[in-house]
Every structure is written in C-alpha cells, then in structure tokens.
Design a protein around this ligand. Structure first.
Ligand code: GRF
Length: 230
C-alpha cells in the first residue's frame, strides 16, 4: 500500500471492452483515488479498452496468449512485464484468463478482481444468465483479492441489484455493470489509502470486519456503502 504522499502505482489487466478500466481511470483523474495507472496490459490485441488507456495517456502493452506455448510461459511473460513497473497493486478489469498458482502467489495481497455476481454465489462464467435461470431475486458484483481458488478470495466490497421480472441476461448485466463502476474504484481507493487488511479469509476495512461479510448469504444483504462521486 502507498505511503501518504506517493500515489499508488497500478497495473491494470484487461481483455475486452474496458468499461471498468474507464471508471477507474476517471476516478484517478479526479484525484478520488490516490493512485496512478502506470500500464494497461491486454492479452487481446483488439481489446477496445486499450484505446481508453491510450486516450488517457496511459502506456499500453499487448501480451498475446496465443504466442505462448503454455499457461506457465504466458504467466511468466506477464509477470515480467508487470514487475518492470513495480506496481503496488495489480487490478484485473475484465481479464478473461485463469492465472497460474505461481502467478497468484507472486502477487498475494496486491492482486484484485471484479466478478459479476454476489460471491460466493455464481463463480465462473455466464453469471447473469445463471442468476436468471436459478430464479435469484438479487444479483450483483463483488470485488475480491485473488487467491488460487477461482473467484473465491477474500471479499472487499459487494453491491446488489434486484432481478426484475422481464430481465434478460443483457439487461441484468447492464444494471450490475453500473454497480461495478461504483464499487471497483472505491475498493481501489481503500487499498491506496491503506485501509484494507487481509485477515485470514476476511478483509478488514479500517481494522474492522465488515459486518456484511462472511455470513454466507451475500445475496440477502450485500455491502453497498456510499460511492465516490462521479
Ligand atoms: C465485467 O462484467 C467484470 O465483472 C468481468 O468482466 C466484465 C468486464 O467488463 N470480470 P469491462 O471490460 O470492464 O467493460
């Protein structure tokens, strides 16, 4: 975490659209996050999010997974590129690759992800369609530290949205995405301000366990504090 006056240096990993990246860039530019994105790395050369970074004057790199023979080789190359910038935090913002255990261990406590469900519900892909198929009344998004278990690391913040009668996966995704753009910058701001501490499988905010965490029913009562202003 950053010392009081030096902004935290971030690397963001993306694969596609980059709307979360855009929200984070915006809040950094507004000085609501004491952090600076040094580099955006994409595994996909065509990721529209690369343009968002370039327009904001952020360095970009493409490390295309198709050019590597194995996951381990790819992850090593990715690690090398990230470590060249010596980031305080690595932010996965729609990075659609599973990372090897070595990679995750290397960044333990400084690698975070946003997942479009109220974890621990609906790990993995296609969460919006699965929320509808399961008849869930609530759905949402979670920001978490990344551990070796997919979508199972300590939760930093969640936001819930209602599932409406006529929802399609797309309409539900849109409602969830709005919340993602609210909670991801907030989680990064907390990290950059040194407010987060990992305590076992819990995250403490300002030394306190968030009451909404760890009760195993996130969908009933998700954590939704005040957003950063837009
Ligand atoms: C988001 O829904 C995020 O939760 C998931 O991938 C999507 C990325 O969207 N991990 P974007 O590229 O940030 O627009």
């Amino acid at each position: 975490m950053s010392s009081s006056n030096t902004p935290l240096s971030l690397v963001a990993l993306i694969s596609g659209r980059g709307s979360n990246l855009g929200a984070i860039v915006h809040q950094c530019q507004q000085h609501r996050i004491p952090a600076q994105i040094s580099t955006v790395i994409s595994n996909n050369p065509d990721a529209p999010g690369l343009r968002i970074a370039q327009q904001a004057g952020i360095a970009t790199r493409v490390i295309d997974h198709r050019e590597y023979a194995s996951r381990d080789e790819y992850d090593l190359a990715l690690m090398k590129a990230i470590d060249e910038t010596a980031p305080g935090l690595v932010v996965m913002a729609g990075f659609m690759r599973i990372l090897s255990a070595d990679f995750v261990r290397h960044y333990a406590g400084r690698l975070i992800n946003i997942h479009p469900s109220l974890l621990p519900d609906l790990r993995g892909l296609n969460t919006h369609a699965r929320a509808l198929a399961a008849g869930n009344k609530q759905h949402g998004a979670s920001v978490h530290f990344v551990t070796e278990d997919l979508d199972a690391g300590p939760l930093i913040i969640q936001a819930a949205v209602p599932v409406l009668k006529d929802d399609t996966p797309e309409s539900l995704a849109q409602r969830v995405l709005k919340q993602e753009h609210r909670i991801y910058p907030l989680a990064i701001a907390w990290f950059a301000q040194g407010k987060l501490q990992i305590h076992g499988d819990q995250v403490l905010l300002d030394g306190k366990q968030q009451p909404e965490q760890g009760f195993g029913a996130a969908q009933k009562k998700a954590y939704s504090p005040q957003p950063l202003s837009s």
